[in-house]
Unconditional design. Structure first.
Length: 216
């Protein structure tokens, strides 16, 4: 334990730099996932066959081993941020899409009909009634996606992607050396801390952006 604490005190700047890179690549992928996942969910939630196809395709992405996917992306996207972001977007879509569809379908049809009776068109009902009511379910999907991407982002180190995976793989490559365990533990703990910070942020965001009537 003392050895690890000494390592952290001496390598704090390095670990922080990797953690910032890790957070940025996950944040970029999450923003893209939220835009695509929510938009796609809105398009398909009323059509059962379309929703099933969209969910089946995004589910398939999760069955692809991450090492294999990153390897396949090297000749297409090269190394660095781009293959990391593209892969993370694919892996993070399903929870957001699934929860968007589930959330919108959970809205009581009577509420939508009442809004229609008040003169709201379909777009107004979606933006002012359905999406706000579905938002707590959608934000839960975002939180699940965040946890998923935090771990997978570490594997992006195999394509020179940013993040704490650099230290984890460096440590695994030096198994048996005095610094190996410190590198691996430092990377793992960094990812855990980032995951907790992101989850806390989205939890607070969900509470702040959900109307009091829904929360109660």
């Amino acid at each position: 334990m003392s050895s690890f604490l000494d390592y952290i005190s001496l390598s704090w700047d390095h670990v922080l730099e990797l953690a910032i890179g890790h957070a940025i690549v996950v944040a970029i992928a999450l923003v893209i996932d939220i835009v695509i996942g929510v938009a796609l969910g809105v398009l398909v939630y009323r059509r059962e066959s379309a929703a099933n196809v969209a969910l089946a395709i995004t589910s398939t992405f999760l069955t692809i081993p991450s090492f294999a996917l990153f390897g396949l992306f090297i000749p297409i996207f090269g190394l660095g941020y781009l293959p990391a972001v593209v892969a993370l977007v694919l892996y993070g879509l399903l929870p957001i899409l699934r929860n968007t569809v589930a959330g919108l379908r959970s809205v009581d049809p009577a509420i939508a009909e009442s809004a229609q009776g008040m003169g709201m068109n379909a777009r107004e009902r979606l933006l002012r009634i359905e999406l706000p009511l579905a938002w707590p379910v959608i934000i839960t999907g975002v939180r699940v996606s965040t946890m998923l991407l935090m771990g997978i982002a570490a594997i992006a180190a195999v394509v020179n992607g940013p993040g704490l995976g650099d230290d984890i793989f460096a440590g695994l490559a030096r198994i048996g050396s005095p610094t190996a365990l410190n590198l691996v533990i430092g990377g793992i703990l960094g990812i855990i801390v980032l995951a907790l910070l992101f989850d806390t942020f989205f939890n607070l965001l969900g509470k702040l952006t959900t109307s009091r009537g829904i929360r109660d």
